[in-house]
Design a protein. Structure first.
Length: 402
């Protein structure tokens, strides 16, 4: 009965094959490189426990009450100071606290997308963004990636082709720092190029920087965020505490022009009234006296070591015909099989050997590329990574020999 009552938007929502495959990856004994789960041992549990106890004791009546829809002013100030070090100057009314960057993506789609509007995305890109835009009936057009970021020529060709149809894209969604799923760091030249094309053809940019503080190489020192180079208010910037504190706190932010953030605030208020006051206050306290900065430096060491372990294991166990990225930050490597192979077939062989990954087709708006998959190095310790990649190498050898 209820199916007949659903809206067109709800009927257009589709379950992902990835959900079913994730369930397979959760079977007992399976080493999973599927989820982008931060290292649970890195969560600042003791510090958070002390801070929360003190906050509840001293300010419990306030922090357990409703709070401002825009977010805690002290947290906004901490965010402004944090991103200022990375070249971004934003005013106190140009930041909105959201329940994770994923909510920011949903708000972007809600505020910008009418059914059928074109949204440009990197191909491949974050599954959560594809889902958010699809839920609002966007027409997503993928633009291929190169080793140093989006293919600028292809981006311009795509915009021109759309223009010949009388279509102007609403925005281009990009993850320039340690992209999910490829791990690619977009070059400074390409960041400038994306902004120039946005100006030339009058589209907006949604810059998702969830992994921006997790650079453990030297290359990221040579690049600036696209938002930091924006002089027109054309870039909407998404940030998150999920990767540097914990994903369970569900805390992120959106930064952009004040009139636009005002509209985001109105839309967000209808979703969840306000962000969690207690958790916001906890993050403010963790940001004081250099604790969070020191914590992030410790994360660099953890994830650098795990990246190194995975790359070394891949070199030792994978066939020569298989290629992969070697990122200088973030959580992910992107693996490419020889042409004509389908990663889902390898997935089923790998699960039988008790190792799992995410098939790459799900990261494309049209799911057209089949010979790729994503590996996460963030969750498992080095010795488990070695064992898992050995199993994966055996599965891949058998798969390619068929």
């Amino acid at each position: 009965m209820w199916e007949r009552k659903l809206s067109e938007r709800a009927l257009g929502m589709k379950g992902s094959e990835i959900r079913r495959l994730f369930r397979l990856s959760m079977r007992p004994g399976v080493i999973s490189f599927a989820g982008g789960l931060p290292d649970p041992g890195s969560f600042p549990k003791e510090e958070a426990s002390h801070v929360l106890s003190r906050l509840l004791r001293e300010r419990g009546e306030v922090l357990l009450q409703y709070g401002p829809a825009r977010g805690d002013e002290k947290l906004v100030e901490a965010i402004r100071e944090r991103i200022k070090r990375r070249g971004m100057e934003v005013g106190p009314r140009e930041v909105l606290i959201v329940s994770g960057a994923q909510q920011g993506l949903d708000l972007c789609a809600k505020l910008f997308v009418n059914p059928g509007d074109v949204v440009l995305v990197e191909a491949p890109t974050f599954i959560g963004a594809l889902g958010a835009f699809r839920n609002y009936q966007a027409r997503m057009v993928g633009v291929p990636m190169e080793e140093d970021g989006v293919d600028l020529g292809a981006l311009e060709d795509t915009v021109r082709a759309l223009g010949r149809e009388g279509i102007r894209p609403k925005f281009f969604y990009t993850i320039p720092n340690f992209q999910n799923p490829t791990g690619i760091l977009t070059s400074q030249e390409k960041r400038r190029g994306v902004l120039e094309l946005a100006r030339k053809y009058d589209f907006l940019i949604v810059e998702d920087d969830a992994y921006g503080e997790l650079g453990f190489g030297a290359a990221e020192a040579d690049v600036r965020s696209i938002k930091a180079q924006d002089e027109e208010g054309r870039v909407l910037y998404l940030g998150s505490f999920s990767k540097i504190v914990s994903p369970g706190i569900r805390l992120g932010w959106v930064a952009g022009p004040e009139p636009l953030i005002d509209r985001f605030e109105m839309a967000k208020q209808m979703l969840d009234v306000c962000p969690n006051p207690l958790i916001q206050a906890m993050v403010v306290e963790l940001s004081k006296d250099g604790f969070l900065d020191g914590h992030v430096r410790r994360l660099w060491e953890i994830y650098r070591s795990r990246r190194d372990a995975m790359v070394s294991a891949l070199r030792g166990h994978m066939p020569e015909s298989v290629r992969w990225t070697e990122p200088s930050g973030g959580f992910y490597l992107w693996v490419t099989l020889p042409d004509g192979r389908d990663a889902i077939d390898l997935f089923h062989m790998a699960v039988k050997r008790k190792v799992a990954f995410v098939i790459g087709s799900a990261f494309y708006p049209d799911e057209s590329v089949r010979n790729v998959f994503r590996l996460s190095f963030c969750h498992e310790p080095e010795e488990v990574i070695e064992e898992g990649i050995e199993r994966l190498g055996e599965a891949t050898q058998a798969f390619l020999a068929r």
